[in-house]
Ligand binder design. Structure first.
Ligand code: R5P
Length: 332
């Protein structure tokens, strides 16, 4: 891979992910320092020269036991600012999980449009490009930013994984657990259809959330006698997926597999994931499943690595290659 003039940093909270990406690119992570002060403030700086470099900074924006999402975001902003002041040529943020991406519109009077404020803060420190994976609403994401944006997806990874588990003859139904996810499910269905060489059907559910309470309607579409594949951008408590799985079982589904790009896993997620309504739940490594019981992870969860996807995206961006090709070419 041509990585001349490229510098790759991963902030401490996302270091294991960053090391996996660096190893795919066959380069070491560039060295930086993160210092904590007694009053809770902090500072970060690169310990190598970045003047004129094409710099990529990895930080996944989810809260964990060590740092909140706000803390991670603030550190990312300050580090990007320091890189800009150190005269980097380009600054690219690689954010596998982009926090606050769900709050992309007003749903109540005087609601915030947080995605737009996040974008404004990122642009204010001089970032040139944001690369992320499967946001809640790609159109809102693209519109929030004035700097360049790159939106990756895990469709090929998911389709390969599913195909390796299914028999050649099983009829498949791809299901969106809500109306807002139909386009995402359809994109996945098309990738899957090319891979398994047959046409899965499409189905969806009606979902409404009022004051945090979820209500799901019936399945629209054909799931009877089929292997059902529910696809979503993220799992938070897991209740959306569980409602969808139960509705599909009631509709005569033969088996139910759930795929979501980001496993946030909060609240009742441990109990919900253990449900016999799912054969398996698959997520990516954009968020480590640190809140889940390890026994449940081993038994029920597949975590697919996106390190190769991000490494290839970084390499293509650096050398002027095509991301469209990256996302549309079948796996070797
Ligand atoms: C919302 O529309 C998202 O696409 C997910 O369906 C939702 O955030 C999942 O939340 P939970 O797992 O708590 O039901």
């Amino acid at each position: 891979m041509n990585t001349e003039g490229l510098a790759l940093f991963a902030l401490t909270a996302t270091r294991p992910f960053g090391e996996r990406v660096a190893s795919r690119l066959d380069i070491p992570l560039s060295v930086h320092e993160e210092r904590e002060f007694e009053d809770g403030e902090h500072k970060s700086r690169p310990l190598v020269n970045v003047r004129g470099k094409d710099v990529f900074i990895i930080q996944s924006l989810y809260g964990d036991d060590q740092q909140s999402v706000n803390d991670k975001f603030c550190r990312l902003l300050f580090f990007a600012g320091a890189i800009r002041d150190a005269s980097a040529r380009w600054i690219n943020l690689v954010i596998p999980y982009l926090g606050y991406a769900r709050k992309d519109r007003k749903t109540q009077p005087r609601d915030p449009v947080t995605t737009r404020y996040v974008a404004a803060l990122i642009e204010a420190v001089g970032v040139d490009r944001v690369i992320t994976l499967e946001v809640h609403n790609p159109a809102a994401f693209q519109n929030a930013f004035r700097c360049r944006t790159e939106h990756l997806d895990a469709n090929r990874l998911f389709a390969d994984h599913l195909a390796s588990m299914l028999g050649r003859e099983s009829p498949i139904a791809v299901v969106s657990p809500d109306v807002g996810g139909i386009k995402r499910a359809e994109r996945f269905r098309q990738v899957l259809a090319r891979l398994v060489d047959r046409e899965p059907t499409m189905a969806f559910l009606d979902k409404a959330r009022a004051k945090g309470m979820l209500s799901l309607g019936r399945v629209t579409g054909d799931v009877a006698g089929r292997v059902v594949v529910i696809i979503d951008d993220l799992i938070s408590t897991g209740s959306t997926l569980l409602h969808a799985a139960k509705a599909c079982r009631d509709g005569g589904a033969k088996s139910v597999y759930a795929f979501a790009t980001h496993g946030v896993f909060v609240g009742e997620a441990n109990r919900i994931l253990a449900s016999d309504d799912f054969e398996q739940v698959t997520v990516t490594d954009s968020i480590a499943p640190f809140r889940l019981d390890p026994e449940l992870v081993a038994r029920k969860l597949a975590v697919l690595s996106t390190a190769d996807l991000f490494a290839q995206a970084i390499q293509r961006i650096h050398t002027g290659g095509s991301l469209v090709e990256l996302l549309s070419t079948p796996s070797p």
